[in-house]
Ligand binder design. Structure first.
Ligand code: SF4
Length: 117
């Protein structure tokens, strides 16, 4: 049995999850996302990543980026290491790929700002 707080929306429902055999039992959720979140947390926890990368432009030294979809929680530090290696030297815009298929996770790191263009 484990207690969790759902992070899918600001309500922050208190969830309780337990497993009997192969079946998960979740309580405390106010919508189906909470049940899915609790089971995902116990099996394959995922997280979104928002960060910044360095640029070579003096007036805009950092550019906001994000992962194009959620990544496994246990890969966050490795992905952040890859993000921290990047120095953008082209005038790229929002949605442009900074790192394609980072760590072979099937996720791109993309720019989230037009601050360089
Ligand atoms: S269970 Fe639903 S309502 Fe509650 S925090 Fe999660 S997403 Fe929000």
């Amino acid at each position: 049995m484990k207690d969790l707080i759902c992070i899918e929306c600001p309500n922050g429902c208190n969830l309780n999850i337990r497993k009997e055999g192969e079946q998960w039992f979740v309580s405390g959720y106010k919508c189906p996302k909470g049940k899915d979140f609790a089971i995902s947390e116990m099996t394959t926890p995922l997280r979104s990543i928002c960060s910044t990368v360095k640029t070579s432009f003096q007036k805009v030294p950092v550019l906001p980026v994000k992962a194009s979809s959620d990544i496994p929680k246990d890969k966050i530090f490795e992905v952040m290491n890859e993000i921290n290696k990047v120095i953008v030297s082209e005038k790229i815009g929002c949605g442009d790929i900074i790192i394609e298929n980072v760590l072979d996770l099937g996720v791109n790191i993309v720019a989230t700002s037009n601050i360089l263009v």
